[in-house]
Design a protein around this ligand. Structure first.
Ligand SMILES: [Zn+2]
Length: 367
């Protein structure tokens, strides 16, 4: 057991191990990349390697510290315990006074966006000022062992005033603590935070790696493994949780919206489709936009007439090819710019339906 068990993004694993070996561990790391590629998992494994009682640049998985930090692998059940302890009907002051901190060993904390309630979690769980203040106080304590590690998952959910509190920690970095921020992209954080972190961008995994992980960790079989790995676009985390049929359907729905817009006809149906998509509250807006990005990336390859394109949406190859014949690269670029705008809007709580309607309408006008 150790860092070599981590699948994918080997370059990042090697860089982290090198830093541990040379005893030059940065005070702040920033892990970015799509969801489900192992950013949290590697942060937890790094925390084990930074605190293991037996090894310096890896972890044994057997010492008491390793075993306790390993419990952070399942944050969901720890969040459930934390919320149960605080009480289902905590008010805002209580939420800040009793910050949700996941801790299975004194030297390693995981801080995740606080969903506040167990039964009906808030729509947008976020890292709260109480949590960040708790990290701020604890970061300057001497570690029990070699180092303290604070994992901040969903760092992009910090409100900007909370981010400023966090910035203070980075401005006076504690001597023997490492903070690991996890976010989808550096653009979702204050530039002043990003510039103080050593940044590692996680790439999606090759399909064969995703399939290998699915074989090891799930009961899925043959064709279902292949399809799930295809649909997950290099994200084993997504592939594991995925409802394959539903995911395939969501892509078809998104492709139908693009196709109708490109054809510039059937507006009533086009807006009925965007309305249906806006109502799907089980898929986050960001996830829906990622589906559009995936389709548009494929379209870009097809409309650029690249030989043997590596399509992300192989099961939809026929439909994508048909669509690529009625749009040009400029249309696709405009569509991507439109999705970029919605992505920025999603952070500001842009109304989903208005956003999708505006995108579909602008593509139809210019089709
Ligand atoms: Zn150990």
């Amino acid at each position: 057991m150790g860092l070599s068990d981590f699948v994918g993004n080997e370059r990042i694993v090697n860089a982290l191990r090198g830093a541990l070996r040379a005893e030059r561990v940065p005070h702040a790391l920033l892990f970015t990349g799509p969801s489900g590629v192992g950013k949290y998992t590697l942060a937890r494994m790094f925390a084990q390697a930074a605190t293991c009682e037996r090894m310096k640049d890896d972890f044994c998985g057997e010492c008491d510290t390793c075993k306790r930090v390993a419990l952070l692998a399942d944050p969901t059940s720890l969040v459930r315990e934390g919320l149960a302890e605080r009480g289902e009907s905590a008010d805002a002051a209580m939420v800040e006074r009793t910050p949700l901190i996941l801790q299975t060993h004194p030297d390693v904390w995981a801080v995740v966006p606080d969903p506040v309630r167990l039964k009906t979690p808030v729509v947008r769980p976020m890292l709260r000022v109480g949590q960040i203040r708790a990290v701020q106080r604890a970061a300057y304590f001497q570690p029990m062992g070699r180092r303290r590690v604070f994992i901040l998952d969903g760092a992009d959910t910090m409100r900007w005033d909370v981010a400023n509190v966090f910035l203070k920690i980075l401005e006076e970095p504690p001597a023997s603590a490492t903070l690991i921020l996890i976010a989808p992209s550096p653009y979702s954080l204050l530039p002043t935070i990003v510039s103080r972190c050593m940044q590692f961008h996680f790439a999606p995994l090759p399909q064969a790696d995703v399939e290998r992980i699915l074989k090891e960790k799930t009961d899925r079989k043959g064709a279902e493994i292949t399809l799930a790995a295809q649909l997950a676009e290099g994200s084993p985390g997504l592939a594991m949780e995925m409802d394959v049929e539903l995911t395939a359907q969501r892509r078809k729905d998104a492709l139908r919206i693009l196709t109708r817009a490109a054809q510039g006809q059937g507006f009533a149906q086009l807006f009925a489709d965007t309305a249906a998509m806006a109502k799907d509250r089980e898929t986050t807006f960001e996830r829906q936009l990622e589906i559009f990005y995936g389709l548009l990336t494929d379209l870009l390859e097809l409309s650029a007439k690249i030989k043997n394109p590596m399509l992300r949406n192989k099961p939809l190859a026929k439909e994508l090819e048909a669509l690529s014949k009625i749009v040009d690269a400029a249309w696709v670029m405009r569509a991507i710019a439109g999705v970029d705008e919605l992505h920025a809007g999603a952070r500001r709580n842009l109304n989903r339906q208005l956003g999708l309607d505006a995108l579909a309408a602008s593509l139809a006008m210019n089709g």
